[in-house]
Unconditional design. Sequence first.
Length: 562
Amino acid sequence: MGHTGQGDASVVRDTCLRTMLEALPSPVLLIDRADRVVEVNAAFCALCGNDRNYWISTPLDAYLPPHQVQRFLAEHAQVFATGEDLETEEIVRGQDGRYRYVVTRRRLIDLHGELLVLTILTDVTTLREAEARVRHLAYHDPLTGLPNRTALNEQVDAMLATQPSAHPALLLIDLHQFKDINDAFGDSVGDALLQAFANRLAGVARESDRVARTGGDTFALLIDDCQGVAAAEAACHRLLTLSETPFASPAGAVTLGLSVGCAWAEPGVGAAELHRRAEFALYEAKQQPANEFRLFDCALAAEVQARRTMEADLRAALAAGNQLDVHYQPVIDASGQRVVCVEALVRWNHPQRGTIPPASFIPIAETSGLIVPLGEWVLDRAAAMMAKFPNIALAVNLSPIQLRSPEIDTRVLTILARHGMNPAQLQLEVTESAMLAMDALVQARLSRLRSAGVQLVLDDFGTGYSSLSHLHKLAIDRVKIDQSFVRDLGSSQDARAIIQAVLGIGQSLGIGVTAEGVEDEMQQLFLRASGCNEFQGYLFSRPLNAPDAVAFLEAHRAREAA
């Protein structure tokens, strides 16, 4: 049996090495001290193209651009010089033309007494692309593709850091009543509107501006250099024009109103503070009708902070249930003796601030959306009491926000059923402007309530559109003359003429008329002589808390029974 020589052993080792390299799934190459490729495996050829003979015989500068050759040689020399492993990441172009992210690991090895660099390539393209998607999602809104609030704040900070002399302005845009539209027509319509508005906003932004979606129905425009109040106002007006043309949606053309709040950076003001100031301005703008803007100033911030504090306190009061109360003001018939109705009026006894008048907190409840749970709480409390007096109507105010609340009709009827109260006993008071602005969905909800027996009352007549011609167009059961006209009876001929006209039309249309704010006998006599059949005011009773109201109604019931 023959002996294997040294050359044969070397061949065996080389064959074993080749076999092991070919078995590796990762691309591998061996490079000598002269920067020549001495071996590659099939995975490397599959990634980079060409065969083994090509890579072994071709110099680096034949297939790598100069800057990559220089980096490659420097890294190669570093491994030879230090003997330490080296790991780098780079982008390479594969034989299919696609660019891939590749992690390159180099290690110095001794093969038959010759030092070589073993280079292993790991394709991390899938990982890097996944990371890029995650990073994109972290900084972008998935629905509109716009940067989100996180990205916007980083842009502000970067702008302030790189352009210290610039005066960036942040404009926040809120889509007026978007939630109502989304609730009425569904998420698909809402999403389409958000995308349409995002496209329209991006279309009016200048090249140096930045746009973002910072919340559900809130967008932002960041202006890199806003020189003064006039420039800020001009930018706000530019944004408000976005609502002039209706938006196409799966439900048809939809008109969206806008509210805009604007603030600009001053020395020492970072992204968080700039955003806070713009939110103050937006909050104030949203208290106004649609298509209004507000600019930040310190006085506005104090006012907004006070409103926000009251909103938080009101939310806590609703949750606690022990600060709010319902008072009841009787409505008397033409005789001045018989109670025909009581109006439920909410009162708030704040633990620190004492009694807060409704005129202070009802507007905040409406703009914050708290008017919906507050209104239902009032109706629930009042229905529980008035179910004991089935011959006396209960009047409850219904705000425009409640009118647009989905399933308001179902919730009202559910509350009445819970307390065994006949729907015909309930009067819902709605303002004139709210009734004239109703869409088909709101009209359908009110029609269902009327079909169940609930009466609709036009409240504060004369303070809205102030048109007598509207009375015959509205499906209402009663009109309440606003107390301002009653108060001016003694001094204003116009007030007397308006009241007589309303009473005359009410009689011709078969609509009952109630006069609010009756405080003296002269007013009562004039109203009765003019044909008014119901009165409400201090002449008959102030609003009473629940125990006093029950006593008042019990006494009234006893007198009628006598």
